[in-house]
Design a protein around this ligand. Structure first.
Ligand code: SAM
Length: 336
């Protein structure tokens, strides 16, 4: 491809992600448990046959489907978008192409000029209030967050020894995917997910469904005012990157106020300058940083930037542990 063709391909990027959305909404991969011809696929996805053929052609071009003996089959790449695939990327595809998020991205230049979020100005409410008012979007958002649980748990385990800990408080813990993972190997550990009311309720349900109902539950909390006390370890995973420095410091202060002096704080984030990130991983993180900008007026941060927030809120500068994957764990403790 010459330079112009490469740039044209980038220009079409939004169309590509919307093709993936349509593929997920129609459930194309989900009915391809075996190769199927066009007519069968049209019937199973309740689609207009001739029009479906045009979408399928693009999905073949993208390497998501292949054509075998006149029938369509899902490639390993296409399988990634199947309902129930362990990557959970289907939920990401649906979350990131939801209309209010796309509209916020359309105003990226305004966000850059003003140095602040555009979501709230455009939609008259914060993204969190949007989710509360649109339960179907909340379900997809929580599932998109939970998809990262296993990798985050592996990074946390590599960074922290939970032996001796009895209560883990996951502040802004979503549906509790990390608690399920962390508690499963620590029979003596109990857990609380402290999150917004609908998310805390979803966490209680998910934890019970995972057989953890006796040991863990969700509790409604606003991390700007109060979170549960008594924890030996407090987790803030992918929370601070949703907030600007002032709000992030307030969240840390709220957690600090709930902590005993011997309790530990673990921040789980993608630290901008953590070693070992590949060029594609950096590119992805830099795009997520812009997503934090348009959605929340927030940002990804370097270790020094996280430490500055921690110290401001009364914590020690953090220790960054080597990570087995893209997730970084910054361990700290109260000093004042
Ligand atoms: C980006 S998600 C991270 C979820 C999970 N910790 C993870 O790592 O996947 C941020 C979480 O913060 C929660 N949250 C937002 N505002 C909150 C508030 N004021 N009090 C408590 N939780 C809040 C959201 O509901 C959401 O679950």
């Amino acid at each position: 491809m010459d330079q112009t063709d490469e740039v044209v391909w980038m220009v079409r990027g939004a169309w590509v992600s919307l093709c993936l959305r349509a593929m997920c909404e129609l459930g194309i991969v989900d009915v391809l448990d075996e190769p199927r011809d066009l007519q069968e696929l049209a019937e199973l996805t309740a689609s207009d046959q001739a029009t479906l053929a045009r979408l399928l052609r693009v999905l073949v071009d993208l390497g998501l489907l292949s054509v075998e003996d006149g029938g369509f089959a899902a490639t390993p790449r296409g399988e990634v978008l199947r309902v129930g695939h362990p990557s959970g990327v289907r939920n990401l595809a649906l979350m990131q192409t939801v209309m209010p998020n796309l509209t916020a991205w359309q105003h990226l230049s305004d966000a850059v000029r003003q140095g602040k979020a555009v979501f709230e100005d455009l939609h008259g409410m914060t993204s969190w209030d949007w989710l509360a008012a649109h339960p179907e979007d909340e379900v997809v958002f929580n599932a998109a967050m939970a998809r990262r649980g296993a990798l985050q748990v592996a990074a946390i385990r590599a960074a922290h020894d939970f032996s001796g800990a009895r209560l883990l408080v996951d502040v802004g813990g979503g549906e509790g995917a990390m608690l399920v993972g962390l508690l499963s190997d620590e029979p003596g550990l109990r857990g609380i997910v402290a999150d917004r009311a609908p998310v805390a309720a979803a966490a209680t349900t998910a934890l019970a469904a995972a057989g953890m109902g006796e040991r863990a539950h969700g509790e409604q909390a606003d991390f700007f005012t109060e979170v549960p006390t008594g924890g030996d370890v407090y987790l803030l995973s992918n929370v601070l990157h949703d907030w600007d420095d002032a709000a992030a410091t307030t969240i840390l202060r709220t957690v600090h106020a709930a902590m005993r002096s011997d309790a530990r704080l673990l921040l789980v984030e993608n630290v901008l300058d953590a070693p070992g990130r590949t060029a594609p991983q950096r590119r992805d993180l830099h795009l997520v940083d812009l997503h934090m900008l348009v959605m929340f007026g927030a940002r990804e941060r370097t270790k020094a930037e996280y430490d500055s927030l921690l110290v401001e809120a009364g914590f020690a500068p953090s220790r960054l542990s080597p990570s087995p994957n893209i997730w970084n764990v910054l361990a700290s403790q109260p000093v004042s």
